[in-house]
Design a protein around this ligand. Structure first.
Ligand SMILES: Nc1ncnc2c1ncn2[C@@H]1O[C@H](COP(=O)(O)OP(=O)(O)O)[C@@H](O)[C@H]1O
Ligand SMILES: [Mg+2]
Length: 269
């Protein structure tokens, strides 16, 4: 692996008595794409949120591009500028056009002048294939297009790494492919990416590594071939069998647990 772009050491996070992350160790190299999979409530979102300090870790260290972001003296805003994040919900401003949605954070956070912000907005809309929607309002776009705008908005900030938290889980199935295609393009361009997803085809074809989390620990970490095709741990096998064939899992367990692309308990984000 090239030098780690993201390094997570013995990361713990508790919410009150709820010990959610129980010692996560993970390294993600420059240009590497790591997919994080695991059952709802296993701490996937909390892990991503600790990387860009949307949550404050209880213990442990996180480094991004060699800078310790968990250092109490760190400039949090400077750290966040280096990390783009895309959520399940797109969080676009409804009263602003697509271009204005991309320009606003550049001007507010990066203090870019208007002409530069507009130029960089246009470049990134082009990149996600939505140049023709520059003057549209979010409500006139499909969910998939809105998510691509959200990705372009993150890219316009010039991040070194991108975090994705179930970016396609809120989309109708026919809209998922366009968003995944944009993510695949980013991966091909060499972006360092940490992607929480249940899209196994994407994980197999695009990820360099797949990490399976359960109960706040990393259970398995390897190539997609190792983790998805030849899981070593029973917990991984069980999760994958439920994901790939939810109907069978219901029969096996006699429950009506909903498992699939969606993440019913993960709706906070
Ligand atoms: N802000 C929060 N306050 C309290 N509990 C939280 C908060 N965020 C997450 N949790 C809890 O942490 C656990 C893991 O949640 P999460 O990281 O969202 O899991 P996942 O993304 O794998 O579904 C859950 O029990 C959830 O209720
Ligand atoms: Mg989640």
């Amino acid at each position: 692996m090239s030098r780690p772009e993201i390094e997570i050491r013995d990361l713990h996070k508790s919410f009150g008595d709820n010990h959610v992350l129980r010692g996560i160790d993970l390294e993600i190299g420059q240009g590497e794409v790591v997919c994080v999979i695991g059952p709802s409530g296993s701490g996937k979102s909390t892990l991503l949120r600790c990387v860009n300090l949307l949550e404050e870790p209880t213990r442990g260290q996180v480094f991004v591009g060699g800078t310790e972001v968990t250092d109490p003296d760190v400039d949090i805003d400077a750290v966040r500028r280096r990390i783009g994040m895309v959520f399940q919900q797109f969080n676009l401003f409804p009263h602003l056009t697509v271009t204005e949605n991309l320009a606003l954070p550049q001007r507010r956070v990066l203090r870019r002048d208007k002409a530069s912000a507009l130029r960089i907005a246009a470049q990134n809309l082009e990149r996600v294939g939505l140049a023709e929607k520059a003057t549209a309002y979010p409500s006139s776009l499909s969910g998939g297009q809105q998510q691509r705008v959200a990705i372009a908005r993150a890219l316009a900030m010039g991040p070194e790494v991108m975090l994705f938290d179930e970016p396609t889980s809120a989309l109708d199935p026919e809209l998922v492919g366009d968003v995944l295609a944009v993510m695949r393009m980013l991966a091909d361009d060499g972006m360092t990416m940490m992607v929480v997803t249940h899209e196994m085809t994407f994980a197999r074809e695009v990820a360099d590594r797949v990490v399976f989390m359960d109960g706040g620990v990393v259970v398995e970490d390897g190539t997609p071939e190792q983790v998805i095709a030849h899981p070593r741990h029973e917990r991984t096998r069980h999760f994958l069998s439920r994901l790939l064939d939810p109907a069978m899992a219901d029969v096996e367990e006699g429950t009506a647990d909903q498992v699939g692309r969606s993440d019913p308990a993960g709706g906070r984000d």
